[in-house]
Design a protein around this ligand. Sequence first.
Ligand SMILES: [Zn+2]
Length: 475
Amino acid sequence: MNKLFTSMCLFFSFLVSAQEFEDILFNNYEKYKVSGFSQRRTAAQLVYAELQRQNKNVFKVKPVTTSIEGKPIYLVSAGRGETTVLLWSQMHGNESTATRALIDVFEFLQQDDELNAFRKTLLSSLNLHFIPLLNPDGGEKWQRRNRLGVDINRDALRLQSPESQILKKVRDSLQAEFGYNLHDQSRYYNAEFTSKPATISFLATAYNEEKSINENRSKSMQLVLSMNKVLQKFTPGHVGRYSDDFEPRAFGDNIQLWGTSLVLIESGGYFKDREKEFIRKLNFVIILSSLHEIATKKYAQNDIDDYEKIPRNDRKMFDLKVFNLNYPLLDKKYLVDMGINQNEVEDSSENGFSYSGALVDFGDLSTYYGYESFDAEGYTYLSPKTYRGSLKEISEWDLLKQGYAFKTYPHIEGNYTFKNVILNRIKAGKGYSDATKKVNFFLKKDDVIKFAVINGFLIDIEKQELPQGFNPKIE
Ligand SMILES: [Zn+2]
């Protein structure tokens, strides 16, 4: 029995060591992914409830202050090692990707399975502290700033907000050796000179105008390089390097100055991942694998000269790029490209928002990229029409084929809801704005309407398939 047990243990440890830690995390993520956090708009109450559920043998969870509105801000601590690491997330209320990943990290740290050797390394070498939700007021309202209207990341010197005060106080009392400053960035960033969204961007934050590199900042760079290596395995080319211009009022810059080796991790965009579930998984993998690098001091093997080789962040993405399009105007045709974004507009729907298309740029966009790109060579632009008849005789797909992008509805008092509609709805007697018209049009080839762009989403009319996330505009 004992012999069998020993050989089984050996077998498992062989299995584990045959793969890198990051591969195991990536491949087994579902095991640690906590349910209930699949949407970016995550209520503070949900995070609080999750924190109360943590295993008290592993974690110490304590409220350390309250937000301006009186919501608790928690510090979660684990481990008994010598190297202190402080991680904080959602300083900006509408940036929750890393918060959701930290919930998964907590789950990983308290499970009991064949990865116990890794877990033991982390918890015996590191003294971990997390502030998973630094700006709960902003989180609740889904806004960047706190209840006072202040950007906490510009309050590191003046310290007017309780959220800023507690971050400084915790940092100072711990004198953490490493700091993780966890944010979300625009999904329209790409890795410079490539069509790939900067799904994760890093910054080894500068601590002065000269962007000097001291020992602290070197360690930040080395840690970034460890995480970059991991990401290049799973999402090659999707990593960007954030600008290191010094911002004297920001936390990252000051915490680096105060002596903590700081890394900024920015979660950007990825294909078909508007709720950032895949990016949450990447956060889970790089946070845990980099903590393991700190615990084993492997990060120190990285050459800081490689840091500058990570492509810079650029902002050249659109949600939809339509290019090489024939655009008629006053009896002439012009060659144009269109850059369209699908912006989120808050509303009272189930998701809390719906999309609203916007034409962002028009002309030669050959240096830009799209999450979706459509080569419209041979296609001609066609303006949309408004349908005022009944839908009893004709389907919305047939209306699209005839060039209708709008359908009127009568004025009715109270809530008027639409389900499963394709054409934009406008109230009878009302027109649509020029801005709306610009993201609703058709693509015609050989006198046949083949594609529709409705509210900024490209629809293949023949396939009769609506794109992911599609909603028409209700005006
Ligand atoms: Zn941010």
